[in-house]
Ligand binder design. Structure first.
Ligand SMILES: [Zn+2]
Length: 359
């Protein structure tokens, strides 16, 4: 087995060429190695004498795929791919396309997976004369068509894990459980505060996050606040959408926030309808109590931001300060006769007040 830098692999290629070996080249992130990758590389190897695989560095995976990728660090991804018997050499590379790899290696065959369109193969023009491009369809995709199962891909596997951890009420991919620290906490209602309110919103394509949410939460993060969502989702109890739909929509929100360096610590939700008279539905304070006990929310330095009078009433019952924002319902629901500590047009406008009055 070769060593694992491009320069070392180039030396190996020189040796192979002197022995008239044909060299195939492919690349990828190989983040969470799965059966689809294995059959892809197995087919790739059949096309030449030697198979060289370039693996995207952690930095390039982050640039190409965004949060939460990569899941597996680069050295481990390299180790896994190198250990496959079809792979003759592998190394890490930091570019976002294969131009440098192809110019250096001059492979006889350049192999890409079927989900790459020919237009995306921009690097192919750097291939030496006579070299060819081969597109390999992932075997698992063919199988998926027959069985109507979800296609096997790292992204699908990762989303499955994320959704199942959300089911437990945890945000996925937090650092390993730390000893609970009590932190100043900004509690946020979701619909009408973070994202544009749409009745029974549950599809990621309908999600619109208010643009001012990003700079507001960045500033609050820098002040040392953690963020927890507390949301009523009666659409679940009414059967308009499923918990799974709710988790997937949250995931879409987390991904956008994370792209701005904002981490949502937890989401607490009430899935019940008004008729079920539960304790968790706001203005009930049960979800806040759970956050104080489980999520290290420091009650004395917490605030709840909402767009309905039920949010303000909930904050009162939980014993924390409240801010009414004029987005979403803008407090015009008229359900409770209660006044917030302050009213702000937007979340961003609330930041100076929070800094002065909550911390
Ligand atoms: Zn409830």
């Amino acid at each position: 087995m070769s060593d694992s830098t491009r320069a070392k692999v180039l030396e190996l290629c020189g040796l192979w060429r002197r022995g008239s070996k044909r060299i195939a080249f492919s690349s990828g992130a190989f983040d969470i190695l799965h059966a689809g990758h294995v059959s892809y590389l197995e087919q790739a190897k059949k096309l030449a004498d030697k198979l060289v695989v370039a693996i995207n560095s952690d930095a390039s995976v982050r640039r190409l795929k965004g949060w939460p990728r990569p899941i597996i660090p680069e050295q481990q991804r390299l180790q896994l791919v190198r250990s496959l018997r079809f792979v003759d050499a592998a190394y890490l590379f930091d570019e976002e396309n294969n131009k440098e790899n192809i110019l250096a290696l001059k492979p006889d065959i350049y192999i890409k997976a079927a989900d790459y369109s020919p237009q995306k193969l921009g690097s192919a023009k750097f291939l030496p004369l006579g070299a060819k491009v081969v597109i390999i369809r992932l075997q698992t995709e063919k199988n998926a068509k027959k069985t109507h199962e979800q296609k096997i891909s790292s992204s699908a596997i990762i989303d499955k894990i994320l959704v199942s951890s959300l089911r437990q009420g945890h945000l996925p991919l937090c650092e390993a459980e730390k000893e609970m620290q009590f932190l100043p906490t900004v509690f946020l209602d979701r619909d009408g505060v973070i994202n544009k309110e749409i009745d029974y919103l549950h599809k990621a394509e309908d999600l619109v996050i208010y643009p001012e949410v990003f700079p507001a939460l960045q500033k609050l993060r820098d002040l040392g606040f953690q963020f927890i969502i507390i949301t009523n989702q009666p659409g679940i109890g009414l059967g308009y959408f499923t918990k799974e739909d709710f988790f997937r929509l949250n995931l879409a929100i987390f991904k956008q926030l994370q792209e701005h360096g904002i981490h949502m610590a937890r989401v607490y939700y009430c899935p019940h309808t008004l008729a079920e008279s539960c304790q968790c539905r706001k203005p009930g304070s049960l979800l806040f109590k759970r956050a104080f006990n489980e999520a290290g929310a420091l009650r004395a330095k917490s605030v709840f931001i909402g767009d309905r009078t039920s949010d303000i009433e909930a904050a009162k019952r939980a014993g924390i300060k409240s801010i009414l924002v004029k987005t979403g319902k803008a407090g015009k629901d008229g359900a409770f006769k209660v006044l917030p500590d302050v009213t702000c047009n937007t979340l961003l406008e609330a930041v100076p007040w929070i800094e002065n009055e909550v911390l």
